[in-house]
Design a protein around this ligand. Sequence first.
Ligand code: ACG
Length: 476
Amino acid sequence: MYYELFLRSFADGNGDGIGDLRGATEKLDYLSSLGMDGIWLLPIMSSPSYHGYTVTDFYNVNAIYGDIKDLRLFLAEAHKRDLKVILDLPLNHTSTNHEWFLRALNGEKPYSEWYLWLEDESWLRARRPWDRQQVWTPIANTFYYSLFGPGSPDLNYDSESLWHECRNILSFWLSLGFDGFRFDAAKHIFDFSRETGNCEYQHDRNITFWSEMTSHSRKINSEAIFVSEVWDDWETVEKYSSTFGIGFNFPLSYVIKEAIEGRSVQKFIDGFRGTMPHYFNNNRTFESGVFLTNHDMTRLVTVMDGNKDQALFALSILMSVPGIPFMFYGEELGMEGVYNELFNEEQLEPFPWYESGFGPGQTEWKAVDKNRPGMGRSYEKQSESNESFLSRFRRILLFRKERPWLRWATVDNIWEESGCLCLELKQDERKISFIYNLSDSARSLRTGEVVHILTGSATTVDKRTNLGAWSCAVVE
Ligand code: ACG
């Protein structure tokens, strides 16, 4: 299990109100107590943006987070606790303030070749595939290609010397002790076609690029971990995943949430078959990075309209599917937040350590709105009770932690019975069944002896189980 950590909002180690590496180092025991095996660190390189995806120096830590020494300590302390750490690396673009871009504007080589400039007026008609936004930004007498907006000019990987630079970047971070990378925007390396003058994903060329980068990394650390961010349908995710070893399963995150919203077992079964086909057999060439939400999405409790039982139910489903679960920071507290593309700080609010909103380590870099003091959402408040959202959430995580074999399990069967969803998994001699009630009222069905209630309530009498609303029972 991996924890997706946004340093700025997590824990402050130097009293400036901004989360940093020292602060996060202090909280590693907390992450271990949640059952985590690793951390996905959102970008930490020098950057003018709060999210860090527009980089100004690929070989340095953003000064607000600390320095290389702080990073080494963070990595060493994480490793002491058997926590792997992967770095989010946005190689698709830079900041407009990156020296490379500034020198490119001056016409200096090789930098001028490292970005994409308008060569034909007709290219201006190109639009971003998913929302039809324009992709060319005017500057001086020309335009540069910038799929993610004017602040992030795309790098042009037609240039050989850029590939060389990327290999150096990977070597740099791996030598510092990172265990691998979450490769940002993996399908975007080549996403503009000179031939048609349109945005078009060139999947084969992208995969060639990533094969080169991952094999280079494996020469430095043969066990390096790579996770691809390919936000797309299942077929596209699958195309890329073998190269990386782990591919984020975006479609599954929708299937789980939509099935709950629609209270539809059939929707889940159809979606699951479509988004996890590789888990029905043993011959896998990659694993799924499974998750419910991330920093580009509305938070879990908010999606569930504030219904915490449904949120825990969603987590129970996630914790029973094969693959590697990833969890966005703060979801364990039931933090709320709506994703807003233009101002996406909304779901990045400071992690509330204290009920008063203040105290040592608390970050205060932005105003809080959805997760205010006194709402009972803090770590402090929720640690007082065994029945708090945090305590219930943690128990579900620990259930998974105690069954590491589920990562490699095969799905034996998935079916509907008496309005409930049943999922059976196996590996060698091991077998486990999950029974979920995706509805607002109790259901009764024939089962084996329930040994564990992952969330909600269940009672078994004479092999008949009465399963409460939004409950998940386990027969093992
Ligand atoms: C990554 C990071 C994100 C970051 C960047 C840029 C990339 O996680 O935080 O932005 O460094 C697209 C890209 C992703 C990208 C997101 C934000 N994420 O592919 O790599 O945008 C469709 C498209 C997707 C698209 C998604 C966005 O297919 O490509 O993601 O919409 O909503 C079904 C469909 C599926 C569809 C979904 C959603 O599932 O099957 O195809 O996805 O529905 O409709 C950061 C900041 C930004 C800043 C940028 C420079 O967060 O604010 O601008 O950096």
